[in-house]
Design a protein around this ligand. Structure first.
Ligand code: SER
Length: 321
């Protein structure tokens, strides 16, 4: 049977790129993009949808008849703290409704994006094991942790095949994140072209786990396409790409743009970053469905600069370097 996919939150940082990739694989018209904002989504069917509008969501599911659903709509860690009730409402109620409708309509697979924000002060910070104590420090993190528990429950109680990844900070040239704590690692590349300087909101030695967009998208699709028998975790798989500090990413940019400078003005996001972990043990994802990242910091910076130099019309790196 031809798969039909609904992506919720398709205009966001990950949704934009994931929707385009899913369309390449499953065919343009078999992937319905939905979002509260109708911007920057690849060509193909699109419906405006606020995930809190449960009637509209039911109508869209009824009309499109999806076999798979990717639920990406959420408010991120830093923005979430400005309005904790709204964040909880959007992140949690929206997801519960997706679960309910997916069960009702016989959707065969659901993707739920979890995050490094589920980790907290009781979590081991280095090489964090899959099953670690979680005590999130943001409403976003609480909603992701609770979403993981709901996913596990729905799988065990109703057999709903939900799959989930704990994304590290995701970095890509195609889209701009908004309201996250790891956003600095995207902003810094744009600032390098626009100003030759970046004023970072985290301290220079703050280590965070990150992943380059092509790895994040590949992980998502590989997880969703893996045979059900290989999926041993239906809450959130630990997922690792690379770990670095603001100072290290600045150095990787300076390798190609020696004039680039950085300064540091840590704000409230520093505390959020410090509550997360530094590196992640993703051996469960590796052994269950063969996960392996391809990008390290240097390779990512080279690829980011190659793409952004076209956008900003400024050559800093030749395709052969
Ligand atoms: N990138 C997210 C954030 O910073 C973490 O999942 O909020």
């Amino acid at each position: 049977m031809q798969d039909r996919i609904i992506v919720l939150g398709a205009s966001g940082q990950i949704g934009t790129v994931l929707t385009a990739e899913l369309r390449k694989i499953y065919g343009r018209d078999n992937v319905l993009a939905t979002d509260i904002y109708p911007n920057s989504v690849s060509e193909g069917p699109f419906q405006v949808l606020d995930v809190l509008n449960i009637h509209r969501m039911a109508e869209i599911f009824e009309q499109f008849k999806p076999t798979q659903v990717y639920h990406l709509a959420a408010i991120l860690s830093a923005n979430g703290e400005a309005n904790i009730k709204k964040t909880w409402h959007i992140n949690m109620d929206g997801f519960l409704r997706v679960l309910e409708i997916s069960l009702e309509k016989g959707v065969s697979k659901v993707f739920f994006p979890s995050s490094i924000a589920v980790y907290g002060r009781t979590t081991p910070k280095i090489n964090t094991p899959q099953d670690s104590p979680l005590l999130p420090s943001t409403v976003y993190g609480i909603s992701k942790m609770t979403g993981e528990v709901w996913s596990d429950y729905m799988f065990n109680r109703y057999g709903l095949d939900i799959r989930s990844l704990r994304y590290p900070g995701v970095i890509g040239w195609q889209s701009i994140p908004s309201g996250g704590t790891t956003d600095y690692a995207v902003e810094i590349y744009h600032a390098a072209f626009k100003m030759g300087h970046y004023d970072c909101f985290l301290k220079e030695d703050t280590v965070l786990p990150m992943i380059y967009m092509p790895d994040a998208i590949r992980a998502t699709i590989e997880l969703m396409e893996a045979p059900k028998s290989q999926i041993g975790v239906h809450y959130g798989y630990n997922l690792s790409g690379m770990s670095f500090t603001p100072k290290e990413i600045a150095e990787s940019i300076r390798y190609f743009m020696p004039e680039f400078t950085i300064s540091y003005q840590p704000d409230f996001r520093q505390e959020i970053a410090e509550s997360w972990v530094r590196s992640i043990d993703d051996s469960k994802a590796r052994s269950d469905w063969g996960w392996k990242p391809e990008y390290d910091l240097h390779k990512m910076t080279m690829d980011m600069l190659m793409h952004l130099q076209n956008k900003y019309g400024m050559t800093v790196i030749s395709p052969l370097s």
